[in-house]
Design a protein around this ligand. Structure first.
Ligand SMILES: *Cc1c(COP(=O)(O)O)cnc(C)c1O
Length: 484
């Protein structure tokens, strides 16, 4: 383990040059004496170079996409082009303020407007709001829109939302938060929506159906038209969780095949940095009949230019975020979409799908894969074979990957696959880096056989070994304790 910044400290060493300070007595008139520090602060005495080495060493203890492949399924941890970072720091973007007159914000509003239009075109939806700042918040806005639609029609008896057992945890949480009863639909043997079972659940109380496509098993839900017909037959609405849109760009428009409302995760599909909790962006797209319920303001355009549009205020679900969401994140997504163009976006999804299928074939001889047919942009392998034969768990396998220089895949999700390892290489990885990752997975499969004891101890090489997740949540204390 490398040194902490305090251990670099040598008395009298300095990394800053400050002007001579006024005497402390000046402060005494302003701050009562009892609050003034009596002893010198115990700060490390270090040079600028010491500080640089300290932070660079710290950054290397973490995993990031520039360090190695990051196959965290469903999260789409693709490379974030650095040109975005240069452009968002330009003064014409980062010197603006949300309270400026809209006439002085025309350039930025134009970008938001075009991003709304581009996202609408990509998804086949009629209109898009950029306000929500996470996928989960997009879900909340989307389900509130479904509620507003039913309430406007006086259909308050619609109390249920159906969702498959493969759904991401945020889906049932969102429905409950809005006040709906969640009805779980068991997936069929192929891992998809079971139409016969769905028919049994349909009645007039169904407000909507929430589906991820491709679903969390990495499989395309091929019966959308039939599902939508069923749901629409009772005036229910179809919600698409768009977290996996990275598989559909330029190939499928959800708004054209029966979905009525969906969210996008700009931080997943459209390369804005994520991890560590944000900031994110979860725009929501809707079909024509749901436009009146979208959050206000929208960004609109008339002969005088771009403006904040409150036209639907009376029917809107209201504002879901201060100002207009995370502008710098939306700007990155805008640059990404404009640089790639329609053909480039389609290639993104095609390559994401090819990479996932290639990787799946490489690891398939060594790990159990429940759904072996071709996948979309990700696939779910599992550790059931290793568990049964070698007593090694998926957690052990994930931890051992850290020793090999990789971030772990998403594990134990989706819940319907025991010992799940959900792997998403993304399109930004080359064949060579996918080969290398597959080799690491294969080596681990061998180690499970040859040295299962070691697998329980992994990771062996990281600065921190296995953390106690429960303790870390309950007793979070990240301070460095100075030993006197
Ligand atoms: C990531 C994800 C979400 C939630 O999105 P956040 O932006 O993390 O709030 C919802 N559903 C699925 C399938 C996801 O992968």
């Amino acid at each position: 383990m490398s040194k902490t910044i305090f251990e670099y400290s040598v008395s009298g060493r300095k990394g800053v040059t400050l002007p001579p300070r006024d005497s402390d007595s000046k402060l005494e008139g302003i701050i009562p004496g009892k609050f003034l520090r009596q002893d010198k602060a115990k700060l490390p005495e270090v040079t600028e170079l010491d500080v640089m080495r300290h932070y660079i060493a710290l950054s290397h203890k973490n995993h990031f996409i520039e360090k190695g492949l990051y196959p965290l399924g469903s999260c789409t941890m693709k490379y974030n082009p650095k040109v975005h970072e240069v452009l968002v720091r330009h003064s014409c973007f980062n010197n603006i303020h949300a309270y400026q007159d809209e006439q002085t914000l025309q350039g930025s509003l134009a970008i938001l407007y075009e991003l709304q239009q581009d996202l609408a075109e990509i998804s086949g939806m009629a209109q898009v709001t950029l306000q929500p700042v996470a996928g989960a918040q997009g879900e909340f806005a989307g389900i509130k829109i479904i509620e507003a639609y039913h309430h406007a029609k006086g259909n308050t008896h619609k109390t249920k939302i159906i969702l498959p057992d493969s759904a991401h945890g945020t889906n049932p949480a969102t429905c409950s938060l809005v006040g709906y009863d969640v009805v779980e639909l068991k997936s069929d043997a192929e891992g998809r929506v079971d139409l016969a079972k769905l028919k049994e659940l349909i009645d007039d109380n169904v407000a909507g159906f929430m589906l991820t496509n491709p679903n969390t098993l990495g499989l395309f839900e091929s019966q959308i038209v039939e599902i939508a017909e069923l749901i629409h037959s009772v005036d229910g609405l179809m919600y698409m969780d768009g977290a996996n849109l990275n598989a559909l760009l330029g190939i499928v428009q959800p708004g054209k095949i029966g979905f009525d409302v969906m969210h996008y995760n700009l931080h997943k599909t459209f390369t804005t940095p994520h991890g560590g909790g944000g900031p994110g962006s979860g725009p929501v797209g809707v079909v024509e009949k749901l436009i009146p319920y979208l959050p206000v303001p929208m960004i609109a355009k008339n002969d005088d230019g771009y403006f904040f549009d409150y036209r639907h205020e009376a029917t809107s679900i209201g504002k879901v975020h201060t100002y207009y969401g995370n502008f710098a994140i939306m700007l990155r997504a805008y640059i990404y979409i404009k640089m790639l163009g329609p053909d480039g976006l389609r290639r993104v999804s095609e390559n994401a799908i090819i990479n996932a299928n290639y990787l799946m074939k490489l690891v398939a001889p060594y790990y159990h894969i429940e759904h072996q047919e071709s996948c979309m942009h990700e696939f779910v392998a599992d550790g059931t074979k290793q568990k049964k034969e070698n007593g090694v768990s998926t957690l052990d396998i994930a931890k051992r990957l850290l020793d090999k220089g990789y971030h772990a895949p998403t594990i134990y999700f989706p819940l319907i696959i025991h010992e799940a390892l959900m792997i998403e290489p993304t399109e930004t990885e080359s064949k060579e880096s996918i080969d290398a990752f597959a080799n690491a997975m294969i080596e681990i499969a061998m180690e499970c056989k040859d040295n299962p004891e070691m697998m329980h101890d992994a990771p062996l090489t990281t600065p921190v070994r296995r953390v106690d997740d429960v303790r870390a949540v309950k007793i979070l204390d990240l301070r460095y304790q100075i030993e006197n």
